[in-house]
Structure formats: structure tokens, C-alpha cells
Design a protein around this ligand. Sequence first.
Ligand code: FAD
Ligand code: SIN
Length: 538
Amino acid sequence: MKYSKYSTVIIGSGIAGLYAALKIEQQVKLPDGILLITKSRLGESNSRYAQGGMVAVMKDNKSDCVASHISDTIKAGAGLSEFNTVKFISENSDAVVKDLLKLGVEFDRDENNNLCYTKEAAHSVRRILHAGGDATGKMIEQALCRKVSENENIEIYEQTDAVELLVSSGECKGVIVFNNDIGEYETIYSPAIILATGGLGQLYKYTTNPVGATGDGIALAYNAGAVMQDLEFVQFHPTALAIDGDENRFLISEAVRGEGAKLCDADGAEFMGKYDERKELAPRDIVTRANYNEMQKNHTDCVYLNASCIDSKKLAKRFPTISKKCLEHGIDISKDYIPVAPASHYFMGGVRTNLKGETSINGLYAIGETASTGLHGGNRLASNSLLECVVCAYSVAEYLKSVELKTPKQIGEDIKAIIDKYSDEDIVMDEIDVQVLKSKLQNIMWDYVGILRDKKSLTEANELIYRLKADFPRETKCLNREEYEFRNMLTAAQLITHCAMGRKESRGAHFRTDYPDTLDECTHSCIVKEEGIMDYVK
Ligand code: FAD
Ligand code: SIN
């Protein structure tokens, strides 16, 4: 096996990983250099598909302030958001946006060259910046990819999967990676490994997430012994385009509702008023359950979004990507109802970190969607994720300035044993039809660990996942990326199910029909491999 060493290794090239690479390269002493690895092409990520925008409490936006953003985030978070985290992220938004502008991100501006702000659900003011109308993620990601690619000091490995972290005595010393193109492994030693591996929407049958969102960072960190937090909290977006046969669903941004679109049934009857006085702009979990309930009640596969009340020129300018995509399906959003349904969208849980990105394992950091900083609580406020990605990437770079990044010299027997497992070329592995197993898992998660859960459904899911594991006889080494992803999906699915079973209340995106009330005494859940500690009570 090939060996190498770097002062810092970043895993993932979404907005969190790309921005961290730039900031660390600029600010931190890196005697052994910096490496960015990513399992697909540079920039392929959830980030690329972000539509609505990025929250920014800009100092010159007189209608907004940090206190108001904190209040909205905490209300949406259903009692689980951490005040200090929310404050830190909100206070730093002005600085990171100014830095993104310098890096070439072109947020949309009005005719007087002022930044434009939009509104989404549960925001009390217009504070969301957008770019390219509804292509915010793509515009930010492209600007960052350009800068990273131009930077000769940032080494990049594409088509390379992180498959196991090298942890010994509570310290992360490196990572084993697998190049899926050439089928080769490499051991990389580093005193600072940063997980920026994104979310896990692909665990569910219907999702807005692209194919790479398979929870790799969650499985890697859990298996390495990191403290994991709030894993039962999966966010389902209420309005994914519901076209038959399309399971990876295109998102119809909440910003469309922010601009005035209404949800209705096939006859045009609006229903959100029955569920919440904020109607279409109620927090995401409430709108999702409302849509789901209407669909169940009427035995339909979708509800509808009516955007015809928005001026057609404005619609075309603000939502060019959505307009085009819908038109490809014969839907003119200025006239026709858009069929929409909920889909898994975002993971609030993750690797528990502090505001410096530190996990419970020395030398292992996590940022972006894979981390659980306490910002989102039980239900993420729209467009807070991109902000969290950049602020936390910035803050891990700040922190690493104070750390002496010496590549570990002593490699113990336990780490050698891990490396040996991947070096062993005599292991015989039969081909497995992963696609079939993956699709079974996605159905199980959708049907039993989805928008509504109860003890019976979660028990059923647990048993079915256990049986699927038996059909997939891989403990560590796998044949290819598809198998590694499925190995990680199984771990993440078991963890979500287990944690959902343990939380005997309903809160934010976690809704238990057998425990519909929110309990004041419940707090974060934490789980650690081996110890299995669960903690829901203050
Ligand atoms: P990602 O962008 O998902 O990047 C993860 C990276 O890690 C990828 O490059 C992936 O290939 C790589 N990776 C994963 N596993 C491995 C591995 N084992 N080895 C190597 N590399 C690996 N949020 C907002 O705030 N505003 C929005 O408007 C918005 N709209 C959204 C619309 C859609 C359709 C979706 C799906 C999400 C949206 N979100 C939005 C959420 C937001 O986009 C994500 O939460 C955020 O972009 C996550 O960024 P990230 O850098 O943490 O992860
Ligand atoms: C959207 O545009 O509706 C998605 C925004 C988000 O996920 O924050």
C-alpha cells in the first residue's frame, strides 16, 4: 500500500470542505502541505444543488439584527438549538459573506447594486442572500472550486473515498483512502483530519440529495469512536417535485413560497391554514407533516404548489432553474400547479463538535452537514446550512493556527492492524448486487423511519436492517465505492433507527405518533460506539 503524510487532510469538496481548504492554506503553517480528497469530481456535493440561499445578517441590512436571527433559529430548532452556537454563527455571517464576495461569489443585486434578500419559512425578515436566482449553491461552489483549483499549494485527490479513520488511544492519526478508478488503497498520516462529508439523504427512497449523500462521515466517525449527536433528526423538505418514477427528487425551493406561492390540493383548495397560522411559511417540519397528512387523507402521491399568483416575469428571473426543470416536465410554473411531495433533505444530527470544529477525538474535526454543532436543533431553519458551512470552515482554520501540526511518528499495533485489513489481497469477495440491497434499505427507511414513526415501525425497521446486513457480508474491506457507500448507509440507518427508538417524545423533525408530546426535560441524544451511551434527559 502507498503511504503519504500531510499537515491537514480535508475530506469532502462541498462548500464546507472547499472553503476550509482555502482558509487553512491562507492562514495555517503547513510543513507537510494540505490535501483535499473527494469521492467524486471536485465540487460534486449537496452544496452544488442548494437553491434558496444563504442566511446573512449583514450590518447594513437595517431591517435585520443578530438577535432576530437567533430568535428565529431557536424557535425553528424546537428547543434543541444551542444559544452560543447560534449567536456565534449569526455574528460571523457578515464577515464570511464579505470574504465570499472577495473570492468572487456573485450574490444577486438589485438595480442600485444592493444585495437582494429573500425570505423563507420561519424567518421573520428578508435576510437570505441568493445567487443566479435559484442557483445559490452552484454559484458559491463554482467560485470556491476555481480558487481551490488555482491554488498550487492545495493538493486534490478526486474519485477517492475515505474508508476508515486511523484512531488509537483517542487520537486520530490518519485515514485510509480508496481510489475507485484504479482500485488502490493509500494510508495517509496527518495530525488534522477534517470531515466535510455532508449528509445522508440517500438513505431514503425519496430525497432531494444527489447520489453521494450516503452518510460516510457519520459511519466513519462513529466507527472510530466519536461522540455522535441527535441522530434521530432527519429533515424532510415539504416540496420536492413529485414526478412519477423520479426518486431522486428535484427541489422546489421554499423561496417560491417565500415569494407568495400557496399549497393546495388537486382542486385548488388551500390547506395550510388548518395546520398553522403561519401557513406556507410555518417551520419546515410543520409544512412537511401537513403535506404528508393531506396526501394520506386523499390517497394521493402529491399535493400542489400554485405559484401563478407571482408575477410571471419575476418568477422567471428569480427561479430560472426551477422554471426550466418544470418546463422539461411540461409544467409552466406561471400557470400550472406544480406537483410536490416531501423528501428527505438534510441531517440535523452528526458528529458532535464545538465551535472550533473539534470532535471528541483529538486530531479529528468535523464541519458542515456532517457535524452537529447545536445550531439547527430539532429542525433546521431554511438557508442556515450554507452559513454554518462557511462559518465553521472559517473557525476551524482559525483554530488550527494555534495547533502545532506535526505528523504522527509513532504508529501503534492497533493502527497497523487496520492497515493490514485493507492491504490483504487474499480476501476473496463475491460480487453483491448492491443496487437491490440499497433500494430495499431506502424503502425501509422511508416506510418505517420517515416523517412519522412509532415503536412498531422502528422495531420493524431495526429487524429488517439487521437482515439486510446479513445479506451484505462485509465488515471492513469492500470491493468498490458502491459497496463502501452501502456499508456506511447500513451503519447510519441503524444509528438513526436506534436513536429514534430512544427518543420517546416528538420534537421538530422527529415525530413519534405514539409519543406526540414534546417533553421539557428532553435534551440532545448522544451515542458512542462500544459505550452506546444514550442521553435524552437534562
Ligand atoms: P456537501 O456539500 O454534501 O459535500 C460533501 C462532500 O463530501 C462531497 O464532495 C462528497 O463527494 C464528499 N464525500 C462524502 N463522503 C466522502 C468520502 N467517504 N470520501 C471522500 N469524499 C466524501 N442549504 C442552505 O443553507 N440553503 C439552501 O438553499 C439549500 N438548498 C438545498 C437544496 C438541495 C437540493 C439540497 C440537497 C440541499 C440544500 N441545502 C441548502 C442544504 C445544503 O446544501 C447542505 O447542507 C450543504 O451544502 C452541505 O455542505 P457540506 O459541504 O457540508 O457537504
Ligand atoms: C430551499 O431552497 O427550499 C432549501 C433551503 C434549505 O434547505 O435551506
